[in-house]
Design a protein. Sequence first.
Length: 444
Amino acid sequence: MASAAITLAAEAPKLSSANTGFMLICSALVLLMTPGLAFFYGGMVRVKSTLNMLMMSFISIGIVTILWVLYGFSLAFGSSNGFIGYNSDWLGMSNVGLTELWDGYTIPIFVFMVFQMMFAVITPALISGAIADRVKFSAWSLFVALWLTVVYVPVAHWVWGADGWAFKLGVIDFAGGTAVHINAGAGALGVILVIGKRVGFKRDPMRPHSLPLVMLGAGLLWFGWFGFNAGSWLGNDDGVGALMFVNTQVATAAAMLAWLAYEKIRHGAFTTLGAASGAVAGLVAITPSGGAVSPLGAIAVGAIAGVGCAAAVGLKYKFNIDDSLDVVGVHMVGGILGSLLIGFFATGKGQSTATGVFYGDHSFTQLWKQFAGVGAVLGYSLVASAVLAFLIDKTIGMRVTEDEEVAGIDQAEHAETAYDFSGAGGGFGGSSVTTATETKKVDA
């Protein structure tokens, strides 16, 4: 018995400084994605909504961080049942040892908690792009708190909790195709159906005001996504994290090229907005699948997502649904495609021994499991998000007034504007330099 105990002790995971440091860096990279998302969305809206778009992402960092420490992590990753977790020691994170390891891994619980916190931060922020220009900031802040609690936490437990029903069923979601992207995309659709369209939808021009800002945001997202995806293996000991890193780059490149090819054929031009949106579509689609497919499979996943999402974003006009910044078309559709394509391209050599239709015994088993996970998350998030939006709308109200929306939500909600044009004037052909005499006249 003594020798057996010694053997077991020797085989128990030990704290790895390398993996711990790696995961702290990955956590910081994932946090960077939320400001990146703010820039991406901020550039896509009109000038009068820029600051509000930035703030809708930024406030998620504040709200979710506090709630995640207080109870979110406990309910998402504690053990209780297949639908919701609970661990009293993790409420407030005050009863966790500094070097206490996450079960089965070589990193502390604190590190895993903060890594997952960054996922929880960006997921509701994704929804904000669908409802740009028209939502009260106070109502949005309340929605973030409620949505995290009622929607994100249970779904995260289903998919990633040790006793979550989807996890036990064998649904593969490496880094958040269902828990993050389908969840946010379906949630966005639910809110849109409640609050309605922007004033002037399909009538007034609503073009992005700053495509350079969009490209900057897309670049930051792409950069941070390596932490999002490769970090989800919680270490770099066996090569799966490296595979995910490679597949993230490959799929994103393929999706960007596929989106550009689609819009050139369909609309006659290669646009910067298309390049940025295609890259994000590829990042979304490879998120659930990158640990299960080969690099060749990742090219296929990215290309399919690039074309599929590009086609999907145009459907909002056909169905008269005002998804302002294409959250449904990119995140929900991209998450669905990436999750289901695992059922075709899983090689059985990465994160799981499960194989898709094109590999192994050519079984449809994994595909049906993926359908179950996708359908459950989509349906739950859509309905629950719509109910939350309805309740908020009937109590404190979700939308700003029509006059405030037309004049600009930045000024109405934040008493600020993104750009100061007061010094950009001057007469036709006149000097743009203010003279000392002119300054004295103004002061007088």
